[in-house]
Design a protein around this ligand. Structure first.
Ligand SMILES: NC(=O)c1ccc[n+]([C@@H]2O[C@H](COP(=O)([O-])OP(=O)(O)OC[C@H]3O[C@@H](n4cnc5c(N)ncnc54)[C@H](O)[C@@H]3O)[C@@H](O)[C@H]2O)c1
Length: 288
């Protein structure tokens, strides 16, 4: 009997900030997920976080209504991804790691399975280059928190084919997500605009022009930002922000992308933002 591909799980690789939130979005839409990470501890934490995020998403009316959550399977073995409907790669923002993961999974899933990277800014064409089927790679830049934000930046690589674009926009529609499709370029649209702004905000604190609180208060109160750039940086994860800026700097040579000392020092000290309990702000009480 032929398998109905729509009923097959969505594979999510990487159970960090984004992989967990993407898994919540898919599960909350009633679709099954197989979530892979290299560490069991990350998977255990993700399972607990998904429970909380599902409740939060329902409270905020952010997911399709009237659907029972899909089934979650967690694994450290990539062979468990065989038969996936689509693969979403959400591992760290390092080109070699992403290419390794995508190459491995391309050899495991069916030949027509779309491969999706959630990279913040590494060009899709660069990631596609070493793959056996580069036409099946596409970028979906889910924003954080993915289970609350219904718009997704979709990046069509130079070689991404029409079937992949269609399969991925259909999948996003099943998640009640709207897509804006853009062309490939370092940082695409959102990271190219947002990341240097976050870097500059950290630089202002570095130069003692203003405190983190005052930078954010000005951006919220005067310019209508929702939370301010430094709270946003803490939400993203300062390690990921540094990696994303470094990836953009490496590809463009533009100084505005060079991670500033303030960010590098915080990452060096393990102050990664919300996920570690401290960043520009202190979250330890909320986490305890
Ligand atoms: N954090 C954000 O706000 C945000 C927003 C949009 C896009 N992104 C992008 O999403 C991706 C993931 O970012 P994140 O913030 O979730 O990172 P993270 O550091 O929170 O999580 C990364 C996860 O990947 C896992 N991992 C590393 N190597 C792996 C491998 N070989 N196989 C399987 N798992 C592996 C790690 O154990 C970790 O759990 C990055 O490309 C990032 O740039 C992040």
């Amino acid at each position: 009997m032929a398998t109905d591909h729509q009923q097959c799980p969505v594979a999510v690789i990487g159970a960090g900030v984004m992989g967990t939130a993407i898994a919540t979005t898919v599960l909350g839409s009633g679709l099954p997920v197989v979530l892979l990470d290299v560490g069991q501890a990350e998977l255990d934490r993700a399972e607990r976080t998904i429970e909380i995020q599902l409740r939060h998403a329902r409270m905020m009316d952010a997911l399709p209504s009237g659907r029972a959550p899909g089934r979650l399977v967690t694994t450290t073995s990539s062979s468990a991804l065989a038969g996936a409907r689509a693969v979403v790669e959400a591992v760290v923002e390092h080109e070699a790691t992403k290419v390794g993961v995508l190459t491995d999974v391309a050899g495991i899933v069916d030949a027509d399975t779309p491969l999706i990277s959630n990279t913040s800014g590494i060009p899709i064409d660069t990631l596609a280059d070493p793959l056996p089927r580069p036409q099946q790679l596409i970028g979906t830049h889910f924003m954080n928190p993915a289970y609350l934000i219904d718009l997704v930046e979709v990046i069509r690589g130079r070689r991404t084919d029409e079937a992949t674009v269609t399969a991925v926009t259909e999948l996003l529609a099943a998640l009640n997500r709207r897509a804006v499709v853009v062309r490939d370029s370092p940082g695409f649209v959102t990271s190219r605009l947002l990341h240097p702004m976050l870097n500059d905000a950290a630089r202002l604190v570095d130069e003692d022009v203003a405190t983190a609180e005052d930078v954010d208060r000005l951006m919220v109160g005067c310019l209508g930002h929702r939370t301010g750039p430094l709270r946003t940086a803490d939400l993203i994860g300062l390690d990921n922000l540094v990696d994303s800026l470094a990836a953009l700097y490496e590809r463009t040579g533009e100084q505005r992308y060079r991670p500033c000392e303030q960010l590098l020092a915080k990452v060096h000290d393990g102050h990664l933002g919300q996920k570690s309990g401290r960043g520009f702000y202190d979250y330890r009480e909320a986490l305890s």
